[in-house]
Write a protein that binds this ligand. Structure first.
Ligand SMILES: *[C@@H]1O[C@H](CO)[C@@H](O)[C@H](O)[C@H]1NC(C)=O
Ligand SMILES: *[C@@H]1O[C@H](CO)[C@@H](O)[C@H](O)[C@H]1NC(C)=O
Ligand SMILES: *[C@@H]1O[C@H](CO)[C@@H](O)[C@H](O)[C@H]1NC(C)=O
Length: 449
């Protein structure tokens, strides 16, 4: 019975945030313990106590069972994983203080916050066969010419490429196909928190339910985009959708017919194009699947957008500030085909990208390298334009969006000197205070922590 119970406990802790290595460590500890009878019984009692605690904690404290179950266990996981990390590393990247409002149970439209730049954007949803070529392959990002690309940077009324481009009538879908019911649901969201798991690259991490206000639970859409493979994996780990398609707070939205073979690039669709996926939303928050949201979304919006009078907020990188360094790092870790990185980087240098100069008091950004795992946006015209332009770079060049962020921002700014874009680049330590960072399930190269 003890073995079975411990097995259950191990299984429960098993699909932990750090993946296989932690599971192995626990297994080893278990076999050591099992040689000592006394320790075994202590462990069994502790396990029973833990299970009781989880069970009663969950029935008493919350209506959202699974959430509490998870949060009851997190401290245990965190404690044990702390012992192997380098303490120097931890101290360097600790969260900093983020003075959030006590509670934010009201709404402000972006135009109530600030006189943001106004113009009207429309998106190309269908392309004809190009007159210049007789081979035409419809693709999700379309086929913007360099001239169209150049024009698209002007913050004026325009119709531009921004993903979701289909071929002529009769051609097959270019991908990112969603169920009608999900589309209908997403169409009505005013505030969206979203994330994605494609190619089983990560565990499902639910927002910490007790930190999310009732107001947000009622008014904010939490959407997790997954492909079928990832959903199968998530289910095999014991997370099942309820009748309304939710797992905890996440509404699981299945994406069929992925637009790119590169899962990273596919992940950029929900990451960068939330204004397309949630067409009537005023605000969106992107949370990478390696993070667990620990903070109420309305408090986040109040702090990063309303209070900062901003329409786009993203954190800087914890370490690198210059795109030159980022390029080197991407090559060092073999993040992408070096030739293609060079093509992109050479192009950017020929089009005005300069090195980051921290000594320049007029530097337009506190860093040229973002840590894009957490993005807070108002869906204002220039914020949406920036998102489209950034996505188009990821579609045209490498899927490494940290390489194209500063270029896109600086070019947008340069080409619209009279039309401000209020981008709030905040500190990485603030991001850490709001969402807990874990390692990806499947990261071939060293994790970003
Ligand atoms: C809003 O901005 C426009 C120009 O961008 C300016 O003409 C106008 O006076 C501003 N209005 C307010 C209320 O600040
Ligand atoms: C841009 O579009 C808006 C809304 O459609 C319209 O009111 C405005 O006149 C347009 N501006 C120009 C310069 O065409
Ligand atoms: C990298 O990309 C270039 C140009 O697209 C291609 O010729 C080359 O084979 C690629 N290299 C690798 C290792 O995939």
């Amino acid at each position: 019975m003890g073995r079975g119970l411990m097995g259950a406990v191990l299984m429960y802790l098993g699909p932990s945030e750090h993946g296989t290595p932690r599971f192995v460590r626990r297994g080893r500890r278990f076999s050591r313990i099992s040689t000592l009878q006394f320790s075994l019984w202590v462990f069994v009692f502790a396990a029973i106590f833990l299970l009781y605690f989880i069970f009663f904690g969950l029935t008493m404290l919350s209506t959202d069972e699974n959430e509490n179950e998870e949060s009851a266990v997190i401290p245990v996981k965190v404690e044990s994983s702390r012992t192997d990390g380098g303490s120097k590393h931890r101290r360097k990247y600790t969260p900093c203080d983020v003075p959030l409002k006590e509670s934010v149970d009201y709404f402000k439209e972006p135009r109530e916050v600030m006189n943001f730049t106004q113009f009207s954007l429309e998106y190309i949803d269908q392309e004809e066969k190009l007159p210049t070529s007789n081979i035409y392959e419809p693709r999700f990002g379309g086929h913007p010419t360099l001239e169209e690309r150049e024009q698209s940077f002007y913050a004026v009324n325009q119709t531009l490429h921004c993903g979701f481009v289909n071929g002529p009538p009769g051609s097959s879908s270019t991908g990112f196909d969603l169920d009608m019911k999900d589309k209908a649901y997403m169409k009505d969201c005013k505030v969206a928190v979203s994330s994605c798991i494609f190619g089983s690259s990560d565990f499902l991490r639910r927002p910490t339910s007790r930190k999310i206000s009732d107001y947000s639970k009622k008014n904010v859409c939490f959407v997790m985009f997954v492909d079928e493979e990832s959903l199968a994996k998530i289910s095999s780990e014991g997370h099942f959708r309820d009748d309304t398609g939710h797992i905890g707070l996440w509404r699981i939205v299945i994406v069929k017919n992925l637009p790119y073979a590169d899962m990273r690039r596919t992940g950029k669709v929900p990451k960068l194009l939330s204004h397309r996926l949630f067409p009537s939303s005023w605000y969106s928050i992107w949370v990478d699947s390696k993070m667990r949201l620990n903070t109420d979304p309305m408090q986040i919006i109040e702090y990063f957008l309303w209070r900062a009078k901003s329409e786009y907020a993203i954190s800087n990188h914890y370490d690198r500030h210059c795109v030159w360094e980022e390029v080197l790092q991407n090559k060092r870790l073999n993040k992408y085909n070096h030739t293609v990185i060079d093509e992109q980087f050479t192009f950017y240098q020929s089009d005005g990208l300069t090195k980051f100069d921290s000594s320049d008091p007029n530097t337009p950004l506190p860093s040229y390298v973002p840590e894009g795992s957490f993005i807070v946006r108002a869906h204002t015209p220039i914020s949406n334009l920036f998102s489209c332009l950034w996505f188009n770079e990821v579609d045209r060049f490498t899927s490494r969006d940290q390489l194209s962020f500063a270029y896109t921002f600086l070019k947008l700014k340069r080409m619209n000197p009279d039309r401000p874009f209020y981008l709030n680049m905040f500190k990485d330590c603030e991001r850490r205070a709001l969402a807990k960072l874990f390692r990806h399930r499947a990261e071939l190269s060293p994790p970003v922590t």
